[in-house]
Ligand binder design. Structure first.
Ligand SMILES: [Zn+2]
Length: 193
């Protein structure tokens, strides 16, 4: 709903927002710091151009490494096929839809935070680390709800009945972009290899 002096306009707004940004003005800054000579004050100012309230609405932050020459040439493409990944996503979405059947919602993203917390809580103690982050001010209340929502999707992908501490840790890691020592891979239950 956009309200301006000329009137109020209501627009359909169900969308998925994907943002991409360089880490610094030269674009070569990594956590290891190689190849970039931007002063740290310049990097901080550059990254501060994305406002906190905007970033608070981003659930998944992933640092993407530069493509190597051999990858560009097509060597070593041992990643999964789109079909394999699509099958896994479909199974996870069906799991969520089955859990939410009769509610009018089909995906974890649609469930309001309060309902999610009270009706579909994580495993006992699984949210401890996230709640500690909230107390320390590293996470907002909105952020905590969003972490739980992503943790449910992680659990659905892994085939867990509800989010474990590990699932929540992965959701926190994806939200903050800061490693919690959890591998960025979800191993589905009962799938060999
Ligand atoms: Zn740089």
């Amino acid at each position: 709903m956009i309200a301006r002096s000329a009137g109020v306009v209501r627009l359909p707004a169900k969308f998925l927002m994907v943002l991409a940004a360089n880490p610094c003005p030269c674009g070569r800054h990594t956590l290891l710091g190689d190849g970039c000579e931007c002063p740290s004050s310049v990097i901080r100012r550059y990254q501060a151009r994305l406002s906190g309230p905007l970033l608070d609405r981003v659930d998944l932050k992933v640092e993407v490494e530069a493509v190597t020459r051999s990858e560009l040439a097509g060597y070593g493409t041992r990643g999964e096929s789109t079909r394999t990944v699509a099958d896994r996503v479909r199974a996870a979405r069906e799991r969520a839809a089955a859990r939410l059947s009769g509610t009018g919602w089909r995906t974890n993203s649609e469930v309001p935070g309060h309902t999610l917390r009270t009706r579909w809580p994580a495993a006992p103690g699984a949210l401890d680390a996230a709640e500690l982050d909230l107390e320390r001010g590293f996470l907002t209340a909105r952020g905590l709800d969003r972490v739980l929502r992503v943790a449910w999707t992680v659990a659905d992908l892994a085939g867990h009945d509800r989010p474990s501490a590990q699932d929540v840790a992965l959701a926190l890691q994806l939200r903050t972009g800061i490693s919690r020592g959890v591998p960025m891979v979800i191993e589905p239950i009962g799938v060999p290899g």
